[in-house]
Design a protein around this ligand. Structure first.
Ligand SMILES: *Cc1c(COP(=O)(O)O)cnc(C)c1O
Length: 457
């Protein structure tokens, strides 16, 4: 008889991947290059080097090498909180009464509470190696800022975080965790940058957006000697670092000869999903296996399902390179959804290309149905999930319920990207019955899309 699969499949410390996997190497259609917003020519390594760390620029531009060594120092840091467990959701299966077999890869086992630390430590490491003094970044909900603060504290780097003002005010505890790790946290838009002052002048009283905070962080990085800018999602390099999630998940499943039929993850900028699916997508691209892959996004910020695949600005101030991605337009301000990490207007260029090539699907789900799934999951599996991650839970449950109807014993793998301890205001709204489902109208979307830059590529 086959060995019963345990509730948690742990790898040993030695089985933590020693190389990241670069899915671009196996893509026939490569993601479109970043463009210089002035000349509309592809950004050169030299131009990117003014904003990003050298080695990260190489990784950003590398469409060819399938495997990239993880430096020993990063491997050592990973050992503090990895390998992350792969959990067989027996309790959820039972509660649903489904014949489906559900697994989730849990990335919330660290103080930052999400997968973001996987890339934060890599980016901080390369900044340190280059002899830099510090890094700047933006944070929305606060997970990325927390992760980067932890990585910078570990390596002795300065960390300047521009935090979207509404989150800065609503999530004082996140802010305090960052300060505890030594980061300097500024609410954005702020008076400390030219772009911040301009935005404030044009929109007095604005509560900020990720796009704004990115502009401020880039301005400070470019204008301060010994500093570079780092970003927690969207970029190719971030997906590369996050491949550690998928490599571990695949190694754990391989131990028991399990092949998922379906892989599901939430998608904000696309990094946790991109990381989770990378090695599986690699097999799919090479024709070795097939998987159904589903990106889940909020109906309030539907870049895949209702956006356009086009070059767009990454930020509000339009200082960043242009990226070709599924986008709602850099001026799109999503309604105040509680999944802060899923409120970005664009999507990873790698995932955008894979989606455009029909290699993966996307679904948009409404907030209250996401919290219903979150609560059910918390009650039966024990973990309090992040609202972002709960988008994946929602679709995993929906698919498992379909299996119940059809009797199919599908194997479902989903990414549980983090925990929700800092999202209790959102849970409170849900529990009090005060949560709304905002869905932008076609006119709302048309407004954002009408401001896309005119790039003929
Ligand atoms: C930031 C975040 C996300 C969204 O970002 P991606 O780059 O799409 O992964 C999802 N889940 C959690 C817990 C996050 O913190």
């Amino acid at each position: 008889m086959a060995e019963k699969i345990p509730y948690k499949i742990y790898l040993t410390e030695n089985e933590i991947p020693k190389q990241w996997y670069n899915v671009r190497a196996d893509m026939k259609n490569k993601p479109a290059p970043l463009l210089n917003p002035g000349t509309l020519e592809p950004m050169t390594a030299e131009e990117l080097g003014a904003v990003f760390c050298e080695e990260l620029v190489q990784q950003e531009l590398d469409n060819d090498n399938p495997y990239i060594d993880i430096p020993q120092e990063i491997q050592d840091f990973y050992k503090m909180y990895r390998p992350a467990p792969l959990v067989r959701a027996y309790c959820l299966e039972e509660a649903l009464g489904t014949p489906a077999k559900i697994y989730y890869k849990f990335e919330g086992n660290n103080t930052s509470g999400s997968h973001k630390l996987n890339s934060a430590i890599a980016q901080a490491y390369y900044a340190k190696k280059q002899g830099l003094k510090g890094v700047t970044t933006e944070t929305g909900a606060g997970q990325w800022g927390t992760a980067l603060s932890m990585a910078c504290a570990y390596l002795g780097l300065d960390c300047k975080v521009f935090m979207v003002k509404v989150s800065y005010e609503q999530k004082p505890f996140r802010r305090e965790v960052m300060r505890t790790y030594g980061a300097e946290v500024t609410p954005s838009p702020s008076e400390t940058t030219a772009i911040g002052r301009k935005i404030l002048e044009e929109n007095p009283g604005t509560t900020g957006s990720l796009g704004c905070a990115i502009s401020e962080a880039v301005e400070v990085a470019v204008g301060t000697p010994g500093y570079r800018y780092v970003l927690g999602s969207v970029l190719n390099q971030v997906l590369l670092h996050q491949s550690v999630i998928g490599l571990e998940a695949k190694a754990a499943l391989d131990k028991y000869g399990v092949k998922p039929d379906m892989i599901i993850g939430c998608a904000g900028g696309g990094s946790n999903l991109g990381g989770l699916i990378s090695p599986f997508m690699g097999e799919k691209l090479r024709g070795e296996a097939d998987y159904q892959i589903i990106a889940v996004e909020p109906a309030s910020c539907p870049s895949f399902t209702r956006g356009r695949y086009a070059y767009d600005f990454a930020d509000t101030g339009m200082v960043c390179p242009l990226a070709k991605m599924y986008t709602l337009g850099s001026g799109f301000i999503p309604s105040p959804n509680h999944a802060g990490g899923l409120r970005y207007h664009g999507m990873s260029p790698v995932l955008s290309q894979l989606y455009d090539d029909g290699l993966m699907e996307a679904r948009a789900v409404e907030q209250t149905s996401v919290f219903e799934a979150a609560e059910m999951f918390a009650r039966v599996e024990g973990i309090l999930p992040a609202p972002e991650s709960s988008h994946a839970i929602r679709v995993a449950i929906d698919e498992a319920l379909k299996c119940k109807e059809t009797g199919e014993e599908k194997t479902i793998l989903f990414g549980l990207s983090g925990t929700g301890y800092f999202d209790l205001v959102a849970y409170q709204k849900f529990n009090d019955g005060e949560m709304d489902d905002y869905i932008p109208t076609d006119e709302d979307l048309a407004r954002g899309l009408s401001k896309l830059p005119n790039v003929d590529r």
